[in-house]
Design a protein around this ligand. Structure first.
Ligand SMILES: [Zn+2]
Length: 306
């Protein structure tokens, strides 16, 4: 069945994530192929897609770091990649209020994407991938929400109640964040670039031409944002990888992102943008169907202006 086929990756792919774990708990039927709305891209759609896309990029780069530097990982690597992506996103921007606000917004969007994909999958009545190497999307949603809340309990004070997170979990979120944050800094202390050390190998970036209007519009937003360049530069500043690699945005025939170590390429598929666009388009309906679950809103972050 196509829903499951998309959950697997070729043997050459080390990481088995992507939309399988992130969005495509169910494949997008051909009949539901994204149709670019006449009015183009609204800001909420752009924010949603860019947040999810940056999280996918960081999650995949976490696999690159873990694999290339043989970083010890206790527990499932997919969970570690989620936690590393989350802590990197928030910690890399903490010194700059506007960037920090953007990071919170993007991580919140990524969490929302996971919850939405879970709701969409539940609405379709598909098989739940309990056997997958990723935690269930709804668990990943709560874990990211817990990190957001744990990192800034004041700003996100309303979040646990809004998403139905029991106090027993919410009360542990500060400790969960601190543990994740400590692990992030341990990684940098032990595997990071030392003062005075030259930057690591180049990280190439290339963009092909998307096949849909939606992906073309979203690619313009990603390039205007400078996301890939910013993330690649931040990574080279902090981590020295043993070999070069390239970030490639292109069509793949599947909505996924994949680190391909043999080719030294992290491929980010345009179909992923199409799938996220479609997921965004169904947000209001999905949340209404779910019985009044709230859309997540970014609270005021200390030191920033919304
Ligand atoms: Zn992964």
């Amino acid at each position: 069945m196509p829903a499951l086929r998309l959950m697997f990756r070729p043997a050459s792919c080390r990481c088995a994530v992507l939309l399988a774990g992130l969005v495509l708990f169910h494949a997008v039927p051909a009949a539901d192929a994204p149709v670019y709305r006449a009015q183009g891209l609204d800001q909420p759609t752009i924010d949603f897609v860019l947040g999810n896309f940056e999280f996918v990029l960081l999650h995949e780069l976490a696999h690159v770091v873990i694999g290339e530097l043989e970083v010890p990982v206790l527990g499932p690597e997919e969970d570690a990649a989620d936690y590393l992506a989350s802590t990197a996103l928030l910690n890399a921007t903490r010194g700059d209020p506007l960037s920090y606000q953007r990071a919170n917004k993007r991580l919140l969007a990524a969490a929302e994407g996971l919850r939405l994909s879970w709701l969409a999958g539940a609405a379709r009545g598909g098989e739940l991938p309990y056997w997958n190497n990723h935690s269930l999307n709804i668990q990943r949603f709560y874990s990211i929400a817990c990190l957001l809340y744990g990192n800034d309990p004041e700003a996100f004070a309303d979040l646990p109640a809004a998403i139905g997170m029991p106090a027993a979990r919410a009360d542990s979120c500060t400790a969960e964040w601190q543990k994740a944050d400590r692990s992030f800094h341990w990684l940098l202390d032990n595997f990071g670039r030392k003062p005075g050390e030259a930057a690591g190998p180049q990280i190439g970036i290339s963009y092909a031409v998307p096949g849909t209007l939606a992906a073309a519009g979203l690619l313009r937003e990603i390039r205007a944002d400078g996301m890939l360049e910013r993330v690649a530069n931040a990574m080279r500043e902090r981590i020295i990888l043993p070999r070069e690699l390239a970030l490639r945005m292109r069509s793949c025939g599947r909505p996924e992102a994949a680190w391909q170590p043999e080719q030294r390429e992290l491929v980010l598929c345009f179909e992923l943008l199409d799938a996220l666009y479609q997921l965004s388009a169904g947000r209001d309906a999905a949340f209404n169907r779910s019985g009044g679950v709230q859309l997540l809103q970014l609270p005021a972050i200390a030191g920033t202006h919304q």
